[in-house]
Ligand binder design. Sequence first.
Ligand code: SAM
Length: 281
Amino acid sequence: MAAIDTLPPLRDVIATHDLSARKALGQNFLLDLNLTAKIARQAGDLTGMDVLEIGPGPGGLTRGLLAEGARKVLAVEKDARCLSALAEIAAAYPGRLEVIEGDALAINPLDSLTPPIAICANLPYNVGTELLVRWLTPPTWPPVWDTLTLMFQKEVAERIVAQPGAKAYGRLAVLAQWRCTAQIVLHLPPEAFTPPPKVSSAVVHLRALPTPKYDADPKVLERVVAAGFNQRRKMLRASLKSVAPNIEDHLTAVGIAPTERAERVSVEAFCALARSVASAT
Ligand code: SAM
């Protein structure tokens, strides 16, 4: 396959800039540029889109995103050692790559991008879920971004796309599937990374729907779902007691058996319950 750009191979970049992987920063790098281009393609057509990337590291995925035609990539990287390697990529793609040194949990760079916006990242495992929940719960919907294409450890990816009745079904699935389409688009074995992590990984693609699938107040829905799954082995009449004093009446009114457990309740039924609870307060 043809090289995606004229920059050096990533192994050379790592050697030149002395980027030995640091575990504390969740550094498991992707060094195969064909693979990073393939991940970038899972984001869809990037032509004319701004892309936010969290944790570019030595820049494998960054190069994939630029080669795939992103109008601009804004990359947030916590490790200052990576900046010189990323500057070489910026020079090869004039005016299209901006790098911010910082902690993605402490800054919100989305405001400085112009829609349409895609978010694409091989996320550091220790902050991945937290960032996803933030992107899924903006103050208003639709969000400023159109799509999220994100690498997670396989178990987290499965929690995002899980269906009712599955062990992995929980708060993350309801949050993601209420207002987005969500699917796993790529599986990666540990050997795809340097150094290989202990677990397998998967890329999840989420697309924001213009309006939620079912009507519900986000705060009430979040409260109901959090309480239900906090004690997922308990019957809903017990786990949701704190949500409303007469929770059994609400459950019955929307057709959920009070003896049911959260893991078997569909997103649609959770929304109906949230509407019933909200209408009584
Ligand atoms: N994108 C690169 C790749 O695919 O090879 C690196 C991915 S590596 C799994 C995660 C990257 O996120 C590392 O470069 C790490 O330094 C960076 N990182 C870790 N915590 C971060 C944070 N809180 N904010 C921004 N970047 C972070």
